[in-house]
Write a protein that binds this ligand. Structure first.
Ligand code: AMP
Length: 186
């Protein structure tokens, strides 16, 4: 978890490789569907371009299908999911059904000024449709309203791992590994 620009996507790939599990990024799956012009992509694009969340029902169904794939059987890392309280409940149900348990919920903390700089930089390098200034602002608001409260949910469950997301990419990766390597896998 972490606000847009915190480095979730970048770090998710390193962490997934480290543990030998797939990184499942809801944002990447939506973007792949958008570029392929699938019905899911057409629906998701309306929300993504506005900086809003895709409806829970659509997102939950997509994640359920993805974690049922054989490569996720030994475990998986979720990037950008859950993002709402409804998704937290759905994920609990999905995990029960697969026999897994959540080992950790990692949150990357980055100061707000740095976030805007990173996203403006990404706008230039990746050309993402939702990295315009208005949409960036809306995505930060939606995160604060709908996703930031999940931090307390996972803190209460005792699985929250807070990591300083400031600094170089490899410094942050090392911090995440140091924090996760001491956690027993379920
Ligand atoms: P991301 O790549 O994680 O920043 O996600 C890009 C966009 O995809 C978000 O701004 C949302 O519109 C949509 N999205 C990704 N994950 C979710 C989710 N868990 N719930 C709802 N919408 C999502």
């Amino acid at each position: 978890m972490g606000p847009p620009g915190a480095g979730k996507g970048t770090q998710a790939r390193f962490v997934a490789d480290h543990f030998g599990v797939p990184a499942i990024s809801t944002g990447d799956i939506f973007r792949a569907n958008v570029s392929q012009g699938t019905p899911l992509g057409v629906e998701a694009k309306r929300y993504m371009d506005a900086g809003e969340y895709v409806p829970d029902e659509v997102t939950n169904r997509m994640v359920r299908d993805r974690i049922d794939e054989p490569d996720a059987e030994p475990g998986f890392l979720l990037d950008g999911y859950p993002r709402t309280l409804d998704q937290v409940g759905e994920l609990d149900g999905m995990i029960k059904h697969t026999g897994h348990a959540l080992d950790a919920a990692v949150v990357l903390t980055v100061d707000p000024e740095e976030l805007v700089q990173r996203l403006l930089q990404r706008a230039q390098t990746d050309g993402r449709a939702d990295d315009t200034e208005d949409v960036i602002r809306r995505r930060q608001e939606v995160y604060t309203e709908q996703t930031a409260p999940l931090i307390e949910v996972y803190r209460e469950r005792g699985i929250l791992v807070e990591v300083d997301g400031m600094g170089e990419v490899d410094e942050v990766t090392t911090r995440i590994f140091d924090a996760l390597d001491v956690i027993p896998e379920s």
